[in-house]
Design a binder for this molecule. Sequence first.
Ligand code: PFF
Ligand code: NA
Length: 448
Amino acid sequence: MSIKQHQHAHWSSRLGFILAATGSAVGLGNIWKFPYMVGESGGAAFVLVYLLCIALIGLPILVTEWLIGRRGQNNPANAMADLAKAAGRPRAWMLVGISGILGAFLILSFYSVIGGWSLYYTLNSVTGAFSGQDADGIGALFNAMLGNPGLLLAGHSVFMLLVIGIVARGVTKGIESAARLLMPALGVLLVVLVGYGMSTGHFGEAVSYLFNPDWSKLSGETVLAALGHAFFTLSLGMGIMMAYGSYLGEEVNLLKTARTVVIMDTVIALGAGLAIFPLVFANDLDLASGPGLIFVTLPLAFGQMGGGIVVGLMFFLLLTFAALTSAISLLEPVVEFVEERTPLSRVASTLVSGVGAWALGIAALLSFNLWSDPVLFGLNVFDLLDKLTSKFMLPLTGLGAIVFTSWYLDKESVRRELGMDVYDFSLWSLITRFIAPIGVAVVFFSSL
Ligand code: PFF
Ligand code: NA
């Protein structure tokens, strides 16, 4: 087996890098997953733990992954192997990179299914399917979609085809520069929807649900869910940010850049929550409706507000776009790995990886209808893929990355690379050597 060499290009600017990283981070995780997890976990207690996880664990791990990638100048598996060798540690550290790549593949399979929902709802917006509907009508529309495997398969397939096409043609950079325009547009639409939420008269209720904690709702299970989602939403523990870091020039300040990306991701997630929960309360919907939550709430607003067809269409288009940029970032490391380890060409590697994830996605989409029975641990395929990645693979991989960096890399060089003075760096060390790893380990093992 030959290892192909390829020229390692760099981002043209800090902005290009921020766009790519934000494109990966901001996606269905913010708008689809975060609100329904909040609803399932009982509100503010979950939100606050989530924010804590983002600040104390997510941000440091994001910086760590970029740092490993930038130093390794290679794909995540090789980067870990090389750095381990240089630090006199076993090559087995490359498992951190490999498990990340496997995680990306698994996530892509079910992520694309939800991307398909978003596509279908884009279509529904155009045809005016939401107009004048009440909560029952909107709920029926959603359930009809879930009960129709052919429809789900069509959405999933079109979405995956777009992802494969973009990655195979190597035009991801073009997509990322489009993000420069489209991400802010998504932000503006969320503001419009939050505004609509205010007009329902249930905005205060939503704010208090999101930010005024009832700590009795907090369980080990909730904490693990919050932690897992912090990884998911920042695209951590999958080698993706490592891969991005490998294209990063020396001059970029990792900490500042990470802060920018984390703030954007968090603001979008909270904005989605503030847009959705007023509708939940105004229409007496089930807080714990699960993955369908945004699809049974937001269309109510689109169906009732003036100009709702346009707003709805734009919203689902932008959501699909945000999902695409994240999905691209999931497929890329898998493709890169296959391309380097096999004789396959770029295009063939993309096809093999994409079609593989697509096939697994079919099992995931059948979980909503024909194959809803549990297959393992009482979970159906969709839930299994989701839980396995968010609650196990991502935290463990992230733990590996941060432990490796904070304990095994030369401290002085890390301090200089992060541009910190000795005081800041001792706080940083405290967090990355103890707080974050122990936090992950405790949450993780106590939930087993
Ligand atoms: N961070 C993306 C989101 O919040 O939608 C999802 C995601 C992308 C997860 C890339 C993991 C990943 F590697
Ligand atoms: Na996200």
